[in-house]
Design a protein around this ligand. Structure first.
Ligand SMILES: C[S@@+](CC[C@H](N)C(=O)[O-])C[C@H]1O[C@@H](n2cnc3c(N)ncnc32)[C@H](O)[C@@H]1O
Length: 236
């Protein structure tokens, strides 16, 4: 245990409360768009890990688990489109409020959303070349993380990337200040503080994950859990 206090998976985020004010929740989805663009590091993950798997003529499929407001889902599809590469991205979230918000932003080539979870996708025999998530791991207890990883490797033909926060005292202090302007209008500051306390340290994630998974530390205060290699999808 480190990062000042141990992981606090039992803390609850307001966004998980079915009765939370819908306006504040929807503003939070809108704010995620900005936070993810600035802090989540998907542009470099796309360039380094995903783009090498893509092709102009053969469609690669990608699943975004816990897609929330859908901005990472749409961004990945948009980058591939801009590169002239064929990528079909499916964002899934079990929360009907997230699903509605993501769909309401409108249709876009290469993007679709479903209100479901990985257990149901596995049960229905669904397969994707690549499986990703952003800011999902900290929502889960250890045994749920292990179930997600098992589902991810069943669903993914080639590559899995779970990208999340890393718990640290500096991250918590910095978020407390950075998110102050959004504190009243959205859940961003409150849930961000709780999310950091619920998230893993690198050592905790290293100790938890089964063989075949690697944990990469990235700036600022992020961990990327990775499984698989890019070669398989090109061979299929
Ligand atoms: C912090 S939000 C992140 C949303 C989005 N990925 C982003 O980065 O903006 C976490 C999302 O995960 C979803 N979620 C929670 N538990 C889940 C599970 N077991 N499977 C899939 N999604 C889940 C929640 O409904 C929520 O929309």
């Amino acid at each position: 245990m480190s990062a000042a206090t141990g992981r606090a998976p039992d803390l609850r985020e307001l966004m998980d409360d079915p009765d939370v004010d819908l306006d504040r929740l929807e503003r939070t989805y809108a704010h995620f768009r900005v936070v993810n663009a600035v802090l989540a590091g998907w542009r470099s993950l796309y360039r380094r890990e995903i783009r090498p798997l893509l092709d102009r003529h053969r469609t690669t499929t990608l699943l975004d688990v816990g897609s929330g407001g859908g901005d990472v889902t749409r961004r990945l599809a948009g980058w591939a489109r801009a590169d002239g590469l064929s990528l079909q991205v499916t964002g899934v979230d079990p929360d009907p409020r997230a699903h509605d918000w993501a769909e309401r932003a409108g249709e876009e080539p290469g993007v679709s959303f479903e209100q479901t979870d990985t257990t149901a996708l596995v049960r229905h025999g669904r397969r994707f070349d690549v499986v990703v998530s952003n800011h999902l791991l900290h929502h889960l207890r250890d045994e749920e993380v292990l179930a997600l990883l098992a589902d991810s490797t069943r669903l993914a033909g080639s590559l899995v990337l779970h990208n999340d926060l890393e718990r640290s005292t500096p991250a918590r202090l910095a978020w407390g200040v950075l998110a102050l302007p959004a504190a009243r209008r959205s859940l961003l500051r409150h849930d961000g503080m709780v999310s950091i306390r619920r998230s893993f340290t690198r050592e905790e994630l290293d100790a938890l994950v089964p063989d075949g998974w690697s944990v990469q530390r990235r700036v600022p205060s992020r961990l990327v859990l990775r499984h698989g290699a890019g070669e398989d999808v090109r061979a299929r």
